[in-house]
Ligand binder design. Structure first.
Ligand SMILES: Nc1ncnc2c1ncn2[C@@H]1O[C@H](COP(=O)(O)OP(=O)(O)OP(=O)(O)O)[C@@H](O)[C@H]1O
Length: 701
């Protein structure tokens, strides 16, 4: 149960003054939630200012720098209202101080409120941005105007928050202030020695300081308050991972006894032999699953390194031992593709394979659920629909989670909550640096596919400015005539699938005019079956040019596609480009990747694209990406910050992550049920950061 003292922070967001149904939607958007019902007061605490306005600067009118935000104390001289009927002429109020004159400028003024707010001869304080034009200073719509006698009504230092369209800063600041005021006195969950060593204040004081910065240093990522909350966040993450891990390990796995009865014929029928890397990974996995402990293993492999075949071998071993195996993909497209590929590859084994996704409905679904429950189905491929309550497995021995780069302990927890404890193999496509593995997965055993299948030719990567798009289209024409297949990836336009889809559609129209029905389009706004049909047509060769948004970014496998054009490559993260490029070069034909960019490229943009031109090594690219852009982009998340983290940043706070990991291990080692005084306080921490799923596993949880 959540401690009652957190109640004020976990009441609905619209219990804060000024947040109603309409504004609520804006707040939900700001906080990245679907609806305002999903938002709690606590969420605003984690929306921290990115900079600050210092209204203490009072240089005097004549010395105010152009474009700077300054505060002026002056006397009002005269009002110059707009002539009636001329709404485009502003209303001006002139004031002066000992250095010069300033025109306060207002548009579309109604009524006489300005006369009241700025009476002639009154000394007032105004604050806002000063613009110089023709040696006259003006301030358009000052942020603050107060009478000198009421100067306390103007905050001198003001945090600046990220906004979303429709939400302005003043009401946002007000609601955040109200949220901060609700932070209760919290029990201290950090060790005293650490507090002293790091100079950390209490969590409550740290939240206050984050939202009421006193100067620039308080905004810095290394400010003690920021570090304290970042540490708390890492600690909450590491603790919940440790609890899950402890729990998963505690439940013994089902040891398997692979016989080779199924995998033998499958391997014999594969059109290739496994690479050494693949074989080594299979060996590690089978050894894990044969032991008494449950397997918790991460299978990391660069694009096109052949993770699917490894997963299949593991799943066949589970089935050979009389159990069932599932493979969960992050998207419908991928689930369908995996289903098609695995059905084909596993055909010689003669086992029953089903697919279960959100789209599986009605009688078909009932029949599948029944086959799963009876054990007739040995292998199920699907999306998270696999773990819904209605799905009951006869004997689930292995769950493969193809997380690509959408991390989440969630599914893993769901499974355990269902009371089943299969061996667990998590596949990730993006080669992630060790620190990220730790942050996202905690300590897991790792198998790496370091080698690509033999016979792959390097992908030739070129960077070309947008202006030469026509030339590319010409070349594409020639290539398609030779029977080649190509992808054309359209840019991310904004943070919305809808606008992405629109831009893809435009490009599709123009290419379709040229290439007719050789061209297909797939984007995130299309209905599932429609998407599948297009993907299938591309695979079969009925379509030879596929215009797509990043829906093809992960996992899509059409080995005879050899050309990849990426528009506005400068807008993508490096690792994402690497993933996209990885859709070609998957067969033994030579492939080309064309990165179209908008010129001029920034210095950083140039550096990034050249990394990609020069390397095909996903691990190296990931490290470079981390250096160049920060870990958020590395994982393809479009917001800043580390995925799954609100305040903490792996770049800025890497030292804290390591400390938090040790701290969590220490705690779990001594107080596995979190019952000590510190343990109880740590439970509060888990709730505060919404990492409380793991508490359910605790005895008094
Ligand atoms: N040992 C091998 N030799 C030759 N080809 C292989 C080998 N293993 C897998 N392949 C083929 O390589 C392609 C890529 O494999 P797979 O789809 O498993 O890659 P992946 O690791 O999942 O990559 P991504 O993350 O990019 O989807 C497939 O077409 C597969 O059939």
């Amino acid at each position: 149960m959540r401690p009652a003292l957190l109640d004020p922070l976990f009441s609905p967001l619209d219990t804060l003054p000024g947040i109603g149904p309409k504004t609520g939607e804006l707040y939900a958007r700001l906080l990245g939630r679907e609806t305002v019902e999903d938002c709690r007061v606590v969420d605003l605490l984690f929306h921290i200012p990115h900079s600050l306005i210092d209204r203490r600067r009072q240089p005097g009118i004549a010395h105010a720098p152009n474009g700077a935000i300054v505060t002026i104390t002056g006397r009002v001289d005269r009002h110059q209202p707009a002539p009636s009927g001329r709404s485009n002429v502003p209303y001006r109020v002139f004031l002066h101080d000992e250095t010069g004159e300033l025109a306060l400028t207002f548009f579309r003024v109604r009524g006489n409120w300005l006369e009241k707010a700025l009476p002639i001869d009154e000394t007032v304080i105004v604050s806002g941005k000063v613009d110089w034009f023709n040696r006259r200073a003006s301030m358009v719509h000052p942020d603050y105007m107060v009478r000198a006698a009421e100067s306390e009504n103007m905050p001198l230092v003001e945090p600046v928050y990220g906004l979303t369209a429709g939400l302005t800063s003043r009401p946002l600041r007000k609601s955040i202030e109200a949220a901060v005021a609700r932070v209760p006195d919290l029990p201290e969950w950090l060790d005293e020695a650490l507090l002293r060593q790091q100079g950390f204040k209490s969590a409550k004081e740290s939240f206050q300081r984050l939202h009421e910065p006193r100067d620039e240093t308080d905004i810095d990522a290394q400010a003690p308050a920021r570090r304290r909350i970042a540490y708390d966040e890492f600690l909450a993450g590491q603790l919940s991972l440790s609890l899950v891990r402890q729990r998963l390990r505690k439940v013994a796995g089902t040891p398997i006894h692979p016989t080779g009865r199924l995998s033998g014929p499958v391997i014999a029928a594969l059109p290739f032999s496994l690479t050494n890397s693949q074989s080594a990974a299979v060996d590690e996995i089978l050894a894990d699953m044969s032991g008494a402990d449950r397997m918790l293993r991460l299978l990391q492999g660069d694009v096109g390194s052949g993770k699917t075949a490894v997963a299949l071998m593991a799943m066949l071993a589970a089935v050979e031992s009389g159990g069932q195996a599932v493979l969960m993909a992050p998207t419908e497209i991928l689930a369908r593709q995996h289903h098609a590929t695995l059905s084909r590859m596993a055909a010689p084994a003669g086992i029953t394979i089903d697919i279960l996704t959100g789209r599986t409905k009605g009688k078909e679904r009932d029949a599948i659920l029944e086959r799963i429950a009876s054990g007739e189905t040995q292998l199920v491929i699907g999306t998270h629909a696999l773990f819904q309550d209605a799905v009951i497995y006869r004997q689930l021995v292995l769950a493969v989670v193809d997380e690509q780069h959408r991390f989440g302990v969630h599914q893993r927890l769901r499974l355990t909550a269902k009371g089943i404890s299969p061996h667990m193999l998590v596949m990730t496509a993006t080669p992630i640096p060790r620190t990220l593995v730790l942050a996202a997965f905690g300590d897991m055993d790792v198998s790496k596919l370091t080698e690509k299948p033999a016979g792959r030719k390097p992908i030739q990567t070129v960077t070309i400015p947008n202006e030469r798009t026509d030339e590319i289209v010409e070349r594409l024409d020639a290539a398609l005539r030779q029977g080649k297949k190509a992808y054309w990836i359209c840019p991310l336009v904004e943070e919305s699938e809808e606008t992405d889809a629109m831009s893809a559609d435009e490009r599709y129209q123009s290419l379709a005019r040229r290439f007719g029905k050789d061209v297909g389009l797939v984007h995130g706004r299309m209905a599932g079956p429609e998407k599948d049909a297009v993907m299938l047509a591309f695979k079969n060769g009925e379509i030879r040019l596929l215009v797509a948004t990043t829906v093809v970014e992960v996992g899509v496998d059409v080995p005879d596609a050899t050309i990849m054009v990426i528009e506005h490559a400068e807008r993508f993260g490096l690792a994402q480009l690497h993933q996209l490029r990885g859709r070609v070069g998957r067969g033994d034909e030579a492939s080309t990747c064309i990165l179209l960019y908008k010129s001029p490229l920034s210095e950083a943009g140039r550096a990034r694209l050249s990394v990609l031109r020069e390397s095909e090594d996903g691990f190296l690219i990931a490290e470079e990406d981390l250096k160049l852009r920060g870990e958020g982009e590395l994982l393809g998340t479009r917001q800043s910050g580390t995925p799954g983290f609100l305040i903490a940043s792996l770049e800025a706070h890497a030292d804290l992550l390591e400390m938090a990991r040790k701290d969590a291990a220490y705690v779990i080692d001594r107080d596995p049920e979190l019952t000590s005084e510190r343990g109880q306080a740590l439970r509060t921490l888990l709730y505060l950061f919404r990492r409380d799923e793991a508490i359910r596993f605790l005895r008094a949880g």
